[in-house]
Design a protein around this ligand. Structure first.
Ligand code: SAM
Length: 239
């Protein structure tokens, strides 16, 4: 997959392209991340990339022409049919299901806004979808774009070392993850649950499923609404 980012601050993306799981995915060629900076298309002495809003008011908007050219370059880099996403607090709220469907695309263009945002006509003309990472306002779309890059990259085939770990993460099967424990067996008087030391894989699987169901019911009951529960899940939740 090729992810082409449109941003005035491309250096911020080293956080995902050079570190951890996403950095390794880049090195292994599972994902390519390229940058397209509107400032590179500015022709005036000050390399201007913002403009005043019609109707007045505080704040500036991203200048249309430089942003349009940067998006065109990003489209080219991401390949034909690349989906263009504008990160915006007004967009559809990103969740696991959206990330999973984005992971099936061959190319993405992620447009990170700055200032007060982007001219509405440019969104209408260039953007396939607006995505939000939550009901709060960031100073720019870069962090939101990195959230998309991270969660999408994790779901690309072969990116995570352990074949099952993406499937067992919270939300993958519609539930929160179960609690996890590592050494030592006792920490500040708290003990690892006996079942995890038993070596009985079936008992461990059932315990983990029960924990996941219990946590989800307690912390995120909305996730269970409308869930088609298996007979085992109903039994474990009722126990
Ligand atoms: N005036 C805009 C509004 O209220 O809808 C907010 C502009 S914000 C200061 C600047 C940029 O940050 C936006 O263009 C967008 O790209 C990004 N941004 C801010 N909050 C975001 C969020 N919750 N999710 C995704 N992107 C966000």
């Amino acid at each position: 997959m090729h992810i082409a980012v449109v941003s005035l601050f491309p250096e911020m993306f080293s956080a995902v392209s050079e570190h951890g799981v996403t950095g390794r995915a880049v090195t292994q060629g599972k994902v390519a991340i390229s940058h397209s900076n509107p400032r590179d298309y500015a022709t005036d002495r000050h390399r201007t990339v913002d403009d005043r809003p019609y109707g007045g008011g505080p704040g500036m908007l991203m200048k249309i022409d430089t942003l349009r050219q940067a998006i065109a370059a990003a489209r080219q880099a991401a390949g034909q049919g690349a989906k263009v996403i504008y990160l915006s607090p007004q967009g559809r709220r990103l969740d696991h299901g959206i990330a999973a469907s984005l992971a099936r695309e061959t190319g993405l263009v992620l447009v990170a806004g700055r200032y007060e945002g982007v001219d509405e006509r440019l969104i209408e003309a260039e953007v396939d979808e607006e995505l939000s990472i939550g009901d709060y306002v960031l100073s720019g779309g870069e962090l939101a774009a990195m959230v998309v890059i991270d969660t999408v990259t994790r779901q690309l085939p072969g990116v995570l070392g352990h074949a099952q770990s993406a499937q067992e993460d919270s939300f993958a099967d519609g539930l929160l993850d179960c609690p996890h424990y590592t050494r030592p067996e006792e920490y500040q008087g708290r003990h690892v649950p006996d079942v995890l030391l038993s070596g009985n894989h079936e008992e461990i699987r059932r315990w983990r499923l029960k924990q996941a169901l219990g946590r989800t019911s307690e912390r995120r009951p909305d996730l269970l609404e409308g869930r088609a529960m298996t007979a085992e899940e109903t039994e474990l939740l009722a126990e």
